[in-house]
Design a protein around this ligand. Structure first.
Ligand SMILES: Nc1ncnc2c1ncn2[C@@H]1O[C@H](COP(=O)(O)OP(=O)(O)OP(=O)(O)O)[C@@H](O)[C@H]1O
Ligand SMILES: [Mg+2]
Length: 586
């Protein structure tokens, strides 16, 4: 086994923990499959008795019980098939559902950094295609791999007892098959993995094309996207064709070898009968038994293929499941101290995983309870990054962030994220009702609280939607305007009065008039909530008690708006592009 193959095999083997709850079902399934496969094995033996006893001696009376036995075996086989199918559906679907649940739960826990790195399409294809492949294998392939092997062994033993010289020949004929199986497994696992990876890439492509349809259409880029898609699709098709070719060679061999064996056995058997070494009934039985091997051997092709595919699928699933959730609860979490929200950043530094440059370094900032600090800086200076450190979307790589004296890394994530509410520049809404979008972080919010949050965020337009708060928003809230989305996201953040508010440029998409309304309402909230507000406009800056200026990855100045305006030229330059600077400057 090559290294790749071994790790793929190990991944599949690890999935057995998911099968454990269904152990009894798998046992029933295997027994039923064995019964349905082995029942026909008795038929040749009955045939032998019919030929050698009933027909040869002309004893008609012996025929009836033999026919009855054959009929009973037929019924048993039918029943066994029914039981197997029924049980199979239950157990395989159960395993699939359990793995999917774990996978989904894990995706939710994984750090944002993981999602920065992984293509959505790869995740989608792993959560759908690969899981389906695994389900098919454990519900069908695995059982038949076990059953067919058993059938081969049982039939082999029966053959040996029927006439050992011919049985020996049959055994010798399996040698080229074993060699072929080894070679096939090696090649197939490689091409299967490639095809599965390409499926993930194609899914990414479709996902981006659908998600970016507005941009693509407005730039008239449809043909370009189509070309990219077709090129990927062609690569996938080529990979699939290679897969089929490998399979076809193997398949042909699995058909040819048994036929050759059958020819030789018939010839050799005829000679043996002529010499009196074997009875005619014995030859009939031998050949009939041999025919029973045909299906298990022929099916070996796709059973092994399905095993290989399941192995690589399991490997791809475990690649996700094995990624550590970097931001997790420490074993010794502390409750947040009772407090009113003193937020301190002490020597905070941050570097994105996989990069070699600190985006932030040496940041010290002390925000008093109830105080609002505006974070100002050129685009790309690290404002969004800094805000992400407070609810621990990322963990600091130097220094620490404390909330009421407790390092945020010592607090349970669930508690921290209840205390710290956020609204981001590009708010994400989900295709659920407006109410569910609002109460995302606080499912227990009362109607009065929701109404209050909507008022503060000037998001009362929600009441005018066709079904009010129960209106289901389109995918990613795309049925709303940018400003409406921002206001909903803001309402979501202020809902339930969090201890700390982190707002990343929450008003950028609002017209001046709405902005003024939101600002007036925000002022009420900000008066007694600790807040860090990223601001681009002077008008937003004026909501804050103090301003922190971010440049070169660190805070170069902290003070009131007028102090900075008077004393820091860089600050003046930054806000000078604002046409309303003169009007709002105090
Ligand atoms: N996920 C990421 N992985 C690696 N680098 C990143 C990541 N996100 C942002 N960066 C880099 O970090 C730096 C700061 O980005 P950030 O988004 O914090 O800037 P910003 O101040 O919010 O800018 P803007 O005003 O345009 O929103 C940029 O140089 C950016 O390229
Ligand atoms: Mg930003």
């Amino acid at each position: 086994m090559s290294g790749d193959q071994r790790s793929a095999y190990r991944s599949l083997w690890r999935l057995r923990s998911y099968a454990r709850p269904y152990r009894a079902l798998f046992a029933v399934m295997t027994v039923a499959a064995l019964a349905s496969e082995l029942a026909p094995a008795a038929i040749p033996l009955i045939a032998q008795r019919v030929v050698d006893d009933a027909i040869a001696t002309g004893d008609r009376g012996a025929l009836l019980p033999l026919a009855g036995l054959a009929l009973a075996l037929g019924v048993l086989e039918a029943l066994a098939v029914m039981v197997r199918r029924w049980v199979m559906t239950h157990s395989a679907l159960g395993v699939e559902a359990d793995v999917r649940q774990d996978l989904y739960g894990h995706l939710q826990r994984l750090p944002i950094a993981f999602h920065d790195r992984w293509q959505t399409g790869q995740l989608l294809s792993r959560a759908t295609d690969d899981l389906g492949t695994v389900r098919q294998f454990i519900g069908f392939g695995l059982v038949f791999l076990v059953v067919n092997t058993t059938v081969c062994v049982v039939v082999g033993v029966l053959l040996a007892f029927s006439y050992w010289p011919l049985a020996l020949f049959v055994l010798a004929a399996t040698v080229p098959l074993v060699v072929a199986v080894r070679r096939f497994e090696l090649r197939y696992s490689r091409v299967a993995r490639r095809a599965q990876d390409l499926t993930g890439e194609l899914t990414t492509n479709v996902e981006e094309a659908a998600g970016g349809i507005r941009t693509i259409t407005s730039f008239g880029r449809q043909h370009l996207v189509l070309h990219r898609y077709l090129a990927e699709a062609r690569r996938l098709r080529d990979a699939q064709l290679v897969k089929i070719r490998v399979l076809a060679y193997f398949w042909a061999l699995l058909e040819v070898v048994p036929q050759l064996v059958l020819t030789v056995v018939t010839l050799g058997g005829a000679i043996a009968v002529a010499n009196g070494a074997l009875s005619l009934g014995g030859l009939v039985a031998f050949v009939s038994l041999l025919l029973l091997l045909q299906w298990p051997v022929a099916s070996l092709g796709w059973l092994l293929a399905s095993a290989q595919e399941a192995e690589t699928a399991a490997e791809r699933i475990y690649e996700v499941l094995d990624t550590e959730a970097a931001v997790t609860d420490r074993p010794d979490v502390r409750p947040l101290a009772a407090g009113t929200g003193r937020l301190r950043l002490e020597g905070v530094g941050f570097r994105y995983p996989g990069t070699d440059r600190d985006v932030l370094h040496g940041i010290d900032l002390d925000i008093a309870p109830g105080e609002t600090v505006a974070l100002v800086g050129a685009t790309g200076s690290g404002k969004t990054t800094l805000t992400a450190l407070i609810p621990r979307l990322y963990d600091v790589t130097a220094g620490r962030v404390t909330l009421d004296g407790v390092d945020v890394r010592d607090v349970a994530l669930a508690e921290l994220r209840r205390a710290v509410a956020t609204a981001f520049e590009e708010p994400t809404l989900f295709s659920v009702s407006a109410r569910e979008n609002l109460t995302l972080g606080r499912p227990d919010a009362t109607d009065a609280e929701v109404a209050e949050a909507l008022r503060v965020a000037q998001a009362e337009f929600v009441h005018d939607l066709p079904w009010g708060l129960d209106t289901r928003l389109g995918e990613q809230g795309l049925t709303l305007s940018g400003g409406q989305r921002q206001r909903l996201a803001l309402a979501r953040a202020v809902l339930g009065r969090p201890r700390v508010l982190v707002l990343d440029d929450p008003l950028s998409a609002l017209d001046i008039h709405t902005e003024a309304l939101v600002e007036r309402a925000l002022r009420d909230i900000l008066r007694d909530t600790t807040a860090l507000v990223v601001a681009h406009r002077a008008s937003t800056v004026l909501l804050a008690d103090r301003v922190a200026l971010l440049a070169g990855g660190t805070l170069v100045a902290v003070g009131t708006h007028s102090e900075l305006l008077a004393g820091v030229p860089a600050y003046r330059d930054l806000l000078a592009q604002e046409s309303d600077l003169e009007e709002v400057a105090p």
